[in-house]
Design a binder for this molecule. Sequence first.
Ligand code: IPD
Length: 290
Amino acid sequence: DKLDLDEILKFAISIARNAGKLIRDGQAKRFASDAAHEDEKQNSVDLVTEVDKAVEDFLIGKITAAYPHHKFIGEETYAGEEITDEPTWIGDPIDGTTNFIHGFPMVATSIGLTVGGVPVVGVIYNPFLDQLYSAAKGRGAFLNETVRLPLTGKAKPLNSLGEALIGVEYGSSRSTPALPAKIETFKNLTLDTKEGGKMAHSLRSLGSAALNVAYVASGGLDIYFEIGPWPWDVCAGMVLLAETGGASYGSKASTDRSGEPSAKIMASRQYLFVRNVAPREGQTTRETQA
Ligand code: IPD
């Protein structure tokens, strides 16, 4: 049977807002308690709190009650599930857990739905800034449900790296050679070589993959790339990006170059997101990027 994406979008927005309230309350409680602590996952900078888990439980409860036949893949309950053609919710209760712990307000609940492996609904809600990014396939992308994205004045195509503000992240994988290679790339993007090459305007690290993608969709960032995030970090954002004319890419081996969201891109865990760029004659926007 056919899914009603408008209905699903409404539902996703409502659970995202409620999750946001749990996040705000959870943080207030943590800051009021001397006993608040976080657990380590892969290493000492890969963190999880009781609020991440409570919010994921909340999301699972709401989704299974409303859509009992749908699947769910989430950060805190992940057990190696692959993205299939079944309707699948892919969510991160708190994207930006490190920010959440420190009180840096770039934190979001990220909720996506894939059908046939394609992300078709995406909601990203930052409860500290009360900013809600939402999109459904074919219906456009919005900030706070009313402001159409990309934001006015940001729809101008991106022509070169020399005019780009680029989102990058340190991520939680800090070993050699991964971290030095990353830092080398940061340097290459920003070093003034005095040889006529253009430096990127600058780099930014929001500390939330989902918000990085949302900012590329809204126009605040031009590009975001990172190796290491998971499907739940980017699923919702990819819908926003597609609805604003931007493109999503995965690793070379895992995907075509169409820029269209797909399960393959998500599974690659090597992500490049680009807002709309100037098409050359005879090309569509996405062909130019590929
Ligand atoms: C992480 C954040 C971070 C990014 C990592 C993600 P989490 O998600 O989005 O900015 O660098 O790659 O795993 O652990 O806060 O949900």
